[in-house]
Design a protein around this ligand. Structure first.
Ligand code: MN
Length: 243
């Protein structure tokens, strides 16, 4: 089982969640929201296991924590995975969008200079803008758009640019989310929980809930669940290899 976007450090009891992930032999991309959280979050998980820690600077915090960019640069050689980074143009965060964009461009430039990373990307309210900014830095690495609810046209554009998509049960609870997932090339889709922010049945999603998306996508795509599940495994191998 796989969860390509999860905030392990933000669960009330992260050690219990990590222990359960290890017991279930889950592959997890553990994302962070600020560079100063990287060390502590990386220390939660066993070294060389199935859980990888990503270095992040979340767009909702980018303006307040732009001063952590030098730390981001120092930590960059420690991981091949970057996230959560990106842009948030929703009403609540629109005011800082210019600053967010500057920070995100710096992040992409540093990733390109480092030879490319795998990036887990936030794009709420910026589904078109994020593609513009990504397009200007094509050597940043392998972009994985997380919870991407672009229009079918934007999804097609993202796929053409080489983007991957991580999709979770919470995203598929909305009509827009399902429409986006329907437009995604099936060989570019990966599971995510976005726990503890992503919700399933009204509670915080656990990393192992990410896999329930295979049944939901099977229904959406009119396929067998086993077919979707085995493709997800192939997709995961491919994105790790490409990255
Ligand atoms: Mn997230």
């Amino acid at each position: 089982m796989i969860d390509l976007h999860c905030h392990l450090d933000l669960y009330p009891d992260p050690h219990a969640i990590v222990a359960e992930c290890v017991r279930r032999r889950l592959y997890v991309l553990s994302v962070t929201t600020v560079p100063s959280a990287f060390d502590g979050t990386a220390a939660l998980v066993p070294a060389h296991g199935r859980i990888r820690t990503a270095l992040g600077l979340h767009p909702e915090l980018a303006a307040a924590r732009a001063r952590e960019l030098p730390l981001f640069e120092r930590l960059l050689p420690r991981t091949h995975y970057i996230g959560e980074v990106g842009l948030d143009g929703s009403r609540e965060h629109r005011a800082t969008l210019d600053t967010q964009r500057g920070v995100f461009q710096d992040v992409l430039r540093l990733c390109a200079r480092a030879g490319g990373k795998v990036l887990s990307l936030h794009s709420r309210g910026a589904t078109s803008l994020i593609l513009d900014v990504l397009g200007a830095e094509p050597n940043a690495g392998t972009p994985v758009l997380h919870w991407y609810v672009g229009t079918p046209k934007q999804v097609a554009r993202a796929a053409e640019m080489g983007c991957w998509f991580s999709v979770g049960p919470a995203m598929l609870a909305s009509e827009r989310g399902r429409a986006a997932a329907l437009a995604m090339p099936k060989e570019r889709v990966l599971p995510e929980s976005d726990g503890p922010f992503g919700l399933v049945q009204g509670r915080a999603a656990n990393p192992w809930d990410a896999w329930t998306v295979t049944a939901m996508l099977a229904a959406l795509w009119c396929e067998q669940e086993s077919e979707v599940a085995s493709r997800m495994v192939e997709n995961f191998k491919a994105v790790v290899e490409e990255g």
